[in-house]
Ligand binder design. Structure first.
Ligand code: IVH
Length: 714
């Protein structure tokens, strides 16, 4: 084996696999029937002659490998090893260091807490390091953990533990100084993280100010940022609708969202936070883990307390582990195990810490519900916006009761990272319990003649050459007459959340396009019964139903209509904002760029997408044709009742709640939000760091108030 500073993914994987195969009785690479079996039969067992065969060069290489795996995990959210194999490599390192203490180098991963910090965000130190947890994998490991704890404490009696879910998200520290949220810091390398305060402040459940009279001088709240499984599926759907890349799993989606440099994008995504531990603190006292949760509750900090349990013995801990494993799929978020903490903080103090983790806690992971199958082919699909998505077609395999036969590979970058090839044997699992996700390729089972997969240079539907851009990973077909794109646009137009043409399934849309019956949205409304009856397998009843459902869809809302047009970046929420702002389709069509910019939550990206769309005269004509065919909209009604009735408001600066929430509260109570300062404005609501609107309002003698005063009006 040779040493090299930075190994490419393949070398990194191969070298890691080498250690795993040589020094463990079983590893992920070994061919077994399925993931679960692989897991349950696996043990961290070193082969007997480790002492003799492991050299100092091997040790240095192992340090390098783990460092690179840490980087992939912590900085890029792209681990290439399963947690299980990573843990084994790490155990091997600890074992070798124990046998050969003179070899230990200062840069050994065992001497560091984790990976390194990204350069995108400002950095901030943690007052107390954010550590990892030692991992256990089954009930027996938990009993061994309890043994170690009791031995260390020299205790014969049972120990009380606090058990809670292990959240599969991103760990985060919230710093409250005198009750105010001043910083949100990612874990980073455990010592230094990234300052993502503004992004974290967009999470609705996180208080910006602790709601108590005498807040502690300092409180560092640690917890996990994540995305619920249902929200993840919705987010992917909306990404797809917007022609943007989908996420492989909720964890990646949460990580990508927290690290968004554009706070507006983060605000639009459904992040959640659950607190579970403390960093540094002053002015509060605790005796037990439960006290910490009670404190979180009294400060309105979100937790999952209902899923925690105090266990009075190791046997109870194992029972909790087993029962939690049973119900994990019914939970709203992804969990990969449980965390067990010694209940008494006094005992925790006595137990203290190892280099990377506390002695008083452990994580017990669940065996992942995975399956093993083979990739038969990789096909490329063209989306509505022309984005090309590669999809792996697999031999059907059953995972947790559901048969899976295809999985998106997202993009070329993802294919290269996992080095997925046609014919490969792969381990697959269901991300967010639904979306099939290829975990890894079983390299030992790869066919000798296999070749890396490259997305073709031409569109799978129209054979037009594809455009590759530097800015995004997606490859696109730019042919405006591509039938593949047309079919997808029509499917979007007719879909449930858009025009909701109930009886018009995807299969029929494909047929209509192939037969040349439908070329534009408005062609749906020109279809006649006779057109449908001449199609194969179309009966009279079904033709009548289809015509009736097309007719029914004509009565819609402006928001649905705008969404159905498929303008880039206009998802359902943005379409609602536009509809509420313009009220009438003509106002939207005739809006100047300046007027578009005044719609709440619309940024320059959306404005220019709308502009570009209207530049194409065919699009404007299409709207006119649809209206001529009878498409009509329900009146957009604004709530005009409530204590703020007849009053107009504008916000400047940072309020104690998010802008969105403030606007919603005002509108729900009958108030109107204006987009600029004018003499018509009744109130300017001012927060911290107000902008130029304040001066303008003062000049126009507009009443200036703060949020407290709005609350008083309510
Ligand atoms: S306590 C000193 N509790 O797991 C340990 N961590 O593998 C402090 N995690 O970095 C952490 N759920 O991001 C704790 N209920 C929970 C957790 C949890 C998930 C994460 C955390 C930590 C990692 C360690």
């Amino acid at each position: 084996m040779t040493m090299s500073k930075t190994l490419n993914t393949e070398q990194l994987f191969k070298n890691s696999d080498f250690f795993l195969k040589k020094y463990f009785t079983d590893s992920s690479g070994s061919a077994q029937e399925n993931g679960s079996e692989r897991w349950s039969s696996a043990k961290i067992t070193f082969i007997a002659n480790l002492e003799k065969s492991f050299t100092e060069t091997d040790y240095k290489l192992l340090c390098e490998l783990i460092t690179q795996h840490d980087k992939l995990y912590h900085q890029q959210d792209k681990p290439i090893l399963t947690d299980f194999d990573y843990d084994r490599l790490y155990q091997l390192l600890l074992h070798v260091e124990k046998l050969n203490p003179t070899w230990i180098i200062p840069s050994s991963p065992s001497k560091k807490v984790g990976g390194q910090v990204l350069t995108h965000f400002e950095k901030a130190s943690h007052r107390k390091p954010m550590l990892s947890l030692a991992n256990s994998y089954n009930g027996q490991d938990l009993l061994a953990f309890d043994e170690r704890v009791r031995k260390f404490l020299n205790l014969e009696t049972e120990i009380t533990y606090f058990c809670e879910p292990k959240f599969d998200g991103l760990s985060m520290e919230l710093v409250y100084e005198n009750g105010l949220l001043t910083k949100a810091i990612t874990r980073g390398d455990g010592l230094i993280g990234e300052l993502v305060t503004e992004n974290i402040k967009t999470i609705k459940s996180i208080p910006h100010k602790l709601k108590i009279k005498n807040p502690p001088a300092l409180l560092e709240v640690r917890g996990e940022v994540l995305i619920h499984k249902k929200d993840f599926l919705d987010l992917n759907l909306s990404q797809e609708n917007l022609g943007l890349q989908t996420f492989a799993n909720p964890r990646n989606a949460a990580a990508g969202t927290v690290r968004q440099l554009d706070t507006a994008v983060t605000a639009d995504r459904p992040l959640k936070f659950y607190a579970y531990a403390l960093g540094d603190y002053q002015g509060v006292e605790f005796k037990t883990q439960s006290d910490i949760y009670s404190l979180f509750k009294s400060f309105s900090l979100p937790t999952k307390e209902d899923l925690t349990q105090i266990c009075h013995s190791a046997t109870e801990v194992v029972e909790y582990y087993n029962s939690f494993m049973e119900k994990r799929h019914s939970l709203e978020f992804d969990t990969d195990g449980i965390v067990v903490k010694v209940f008494s903080l006094k005992l925790q103090e006595e137990l203290g810490f190892l280099a990377r983790s506390p002695r008083w806690a452990t994580a017990a992971k669940f065996p992942p519900e995975q399956g093993k199958t083979q990739i038969l082919e990789i096909v490329c699909q063209v989306g509505r916006t022309g984005a090309i998505t590669p999809v792996a077609i697999m031999k059907p395999v059953k995972i947790a009761g559901v048969t899976i036969s295809n999985a998106t590979l997202h993009n070329q970058e993802e294919i290269d990272r996992k080095d997925v090839r046609v014919g490969d044997t792969i381990i697959i699992q269901r991300a967010g319990d639904v979306i099939p996700e290829i975990v890894e390729v079983v390299l030992s089972a790869r066919q000798a003649d296999s070749i890396p997969y490259k997305i073709p240079d031409f569109c799978p539907s129209c054979h037009h050459s594809l455009s590759f851009s530097e800015e995004e990973v997606a490859v696109r077909c730019t042919n405006s007459h591509c039938p593949g794109k047309l079919k997808e646009s029509l499917k979007h137009f007719a879909s449930r959340r858009a025009m909701n043409i109930e009886k018009l399934g995807d299969r029929w849309i494909d047929i209509f396009v192939d037969k040349g019956l439908v070329k534009h949205f408005s062609d749906f409304y020109k279809l006649r019964r006779e057109d449908l009856l001449q199609l194969e397998r179309q009966g009279e009843k079904s033709a009548d139903n289809m015509i009736a459902s097309i007719e029914k869809s004509k009565k819609t809302t402006l928001a649905r209509f705008i969404f159905s047009l498929g303008i880039r970046f206009i998802g359902e929420t943005t379409a609602k904002h536009i509809a509420n702002h313009f009220i009438k389709i003509d106002n939207f069509i005739n809006a100047s760029e300046e007027e578009l910019r005044q719609v709440p939550e619309i940024g320059p990206k959306v404005t220019s997408a709308i502009f570009e769309w209207f530049l194409n005269k065919e699009n404007l004509n299409e709207i006119k044709s649809l209206i001529a065919c009878g498409v009509s909209f329900e009146e957009v009604t604004r709530n005009t009742e409530g204590p703020l009735k007849g009053k107009s408001f504008l916000i400047t600066g940072t309020l104690p709640l998010s802008r969105d929430d403030a606007k919603n509260i005002i509108e729900k109570n009958g108030g109107k939000i204006l987009s600029s300062v004018s003499s018509k404005l009744n109130y300017l609501v001012v927060g911290d760091d107000p902008g130029s609107k304040l001066e303008k309002a003062q000049n126009l003698k507009v009443t200036i108030i703060n949020w407290n005063e709005v609350e008083k009006m309510l």
